[in-house]
Write a protein that binds this ligand. Structure first.
Ligand code: F0G
Length: 365
C-alpha cells in the first residue's frame, strides 16, 4: 500500500529511510506517516535541570498513536503483511498495544494484545479498544505476557509484534537518524527511558550505522534510566514484582537486557535509576519549563539528567569538550495517554464565579 502524497510531504519513515531498512519493492508499506518528530530545544528546562548542557527533547508523543512505538510498528506490520500474516500478537504495558492495534487496522491483520490487568494508562487502553484489537487483560505483568507471546508465536501461525521481532528495532533506529539529520551531528549524550530495552538498543544501532556511513563523526554516550522499583539492569538481576508509577516501564525481565548493557559499555554511557518521586517531579517540571508533556516514563531520563548534573557529570564533560555538551532526551510517549497520573500530581483547578472581579482576585490583580 503506498501513500498518495507526493512532493515535499513527509510519507513516513519507511519511504524516508528506505535505503537503510530491510524492505523491498515487494514489501507493502503499512504507514500512518510516522516519524519526523520535533527535536525541541529546551533552554529554560536546561537552566533548571542541567545548566552545563544544551538540552534537546525528541518529542515522540507527536507520532500518530502518541509514542515511539509507531516507528517499530510500521516496519513490523509491513513485514508481517509481506509474509501474509492473518493474526498478530504482542504483550504490552500499553503503547506497543496502541501502535499494534492501529497498524494492524491499516493492514487488515487481526490484532491480539496482552496487557497487565489494571496496570496500563487509560489512554492506551482506549486506543487498543477503539481500534478493534482483541484486548486480553491478563492476571499477571508484562513479563508474564511476553512469555506467553513467545510460546504462542513459536507454535502457531501468529506474527510477533514485540521488540524481539528484529524489524521493530530497524524501524526504531530511525529516531537516531532523525536526531543526527536535524542537528547535523551526533549529540554528546543520548538519554532514554529503559523498560524492555528495545529502544536503547535500536537508537545505538542507528547511531552506529550513521557513524559507519560517515554521516556523523562521533557517537553519543548512551544513558538509560529505569524506575527504582523496576530496575533490573541497575541491580544486575531480574525483578519478579516490578512496581512503578511509570507503568510503561514496569518491567522486571527485559528481553533486550544484554544489548542494552552492550550499548552502555560500547558508548561509555551508563544505566541508572530514579525514584517515582523524582519521576513525577521531573514530569511536571518538564511540562512547565519546556511545554513538552510526556508520560511518566519519559521523565525518568529527565530526572536522571537533573541527578547527574548535580553530581558534576556534565561539568566534567563541558571541561573536556571546551563547550556545553549537547544532550538529547527522548520523550517517548505523550502525557495525554495517562491523564489520571497527570491530574493527580498537578491538583485541581480553582473554581471561581463567572465574573471579571472573581478572576482578577483569583490571579492576584
Ligand atoms: N517509554 C515508553 C512511553 C514506553 O511505552 C516504553 C515501553 C519505554 C519507554 C521503554 O522502551 O521497552 O524499548 O525499553 N513500552 C513497551 C510497551 C514495553 O509495551 O508499550 P523499551
Amino acid at each position: 500500500m503506498t501513500s498518495l502524497s507526493s512532493g515535499m510531504m513527509w510519507r513516513g519513515l519507511i519511504e524516508s529511510y528506505r535505503a537503510h531498512l530491510p524492505v523491498s519493492e515487494q514489501t507493502p508499506v503499512i504507514s500512518l506517516c510516522e516519524g519526523n518528530t520535533p527535536l525541541v530545544y529546551a533552554p529554560r528546562l536546561a537552566a533548571h535541570f542541567a545548566p552545563d548542557c544544551e538540552l534537546y527533547l525528541k518529542f515522540e508523543g507527536a507520532n500518530p498513536t502518541g509514542s515511539f512505538k509507531d516507528r517499530g510498528m510500521t516496519m513490523a506490520v509491513s513485514k508481517a503483511a509481506e509474509d501474509g500474516a492473518k493474526v498478530a500478537i504482542c504483550a504490552s504495558t500499553g503503547n506497543t498495544s496502541a501502535a499494534a492495534a492501529a497498524y494492524c487496522a491499516v493492514a487488515g491483520i487481526r490484532c491480539v494484545v496482552l496487557i497487565p490487568n489494571n496496570n496500563i494508562a487509560l489512554g492506551k487502553l482506549a486506543q487498543a479498544m477503539v481500534s478493534g484489537a482483541t484486548v486480553l487483560a491478563i492476571e499477571g505483568n508484562f513479563d508474564d505476557g511476553l512469555r506467553i507471546v513467545k510460546d504462542l508465536t513459536a507454535n502457531y501461525p501468529i506474527a510477533m509484534l514485540n521488540s524481539l521481532n528484529p524489524y521493530r528495532l530497524e524501524g526504531q533506529k530511525t529516531g537516531a537518524f532523525e536526531v543526527c539529520d536535524f542537528l547535523g551531528f551526533a549529540p554528546d549524550f543520548h538519554f532514554i527511558p529503559v523498560g524492555n530495552a528495545g529502544n536503547i538498543t535500536a537508537y545505538w544501532k542507528g547511531y552506529r550505522e550513521y557513524h559507519e556511513l560517515g554521516k556523523i563523526e562521533t557517537l553519543p554516550k548512551m544513558c538509560g534510566f529505569q524506575a527504582a522499583g523496576a530496575a533490573p539492569l541497575v541491580l544486575g538481576h531480574g525483578v519478579d514484582a516490578p512496581e512503578t508509577v511509570a507503568t510503561a516501564i514496569r518491567i522486571g525481565h527485559p528481553a533486550r537486557a544484554e544489548e542494552a548493557l552492550r550499548a552502555r559499555d560500547e558508548s561509555g554511557g551508563l544505566i541508572d535509576s530514579v525514584t517515582d518521586e523524582e519521576i513525577l517531579l521531573a514530569q511536571r517540571e518538564t511540562a512547565a519549563l519546556s511545554g513538552i508533556f510526556g508520560e511518566p516514563a519519559c521523565a525518568a531520563p529527565l530526572a536522571g539528567i537533573k541527578k547527574l548534573n548535580a553530581q558534576g557529570y556534565f561539568a566534567q564533560a563541558r571541561q573536556e569538550l571546551g563547550r556545553k555538551p549537547v544532550v538529547v532526551s527522548v520523550v517517548t510517549g505523550h502525557g495525554l495517554k495517562d491523564p489520571n497520573t497527570a491530574i493527580r500530581i498537578s491538583g485541581s483547578p480553582t473554581v471561581v464565579p463567572a465574573k471579571n472581579e472573581s478572576v482578577l482576585k483569583a490571579i492576584g490583580f
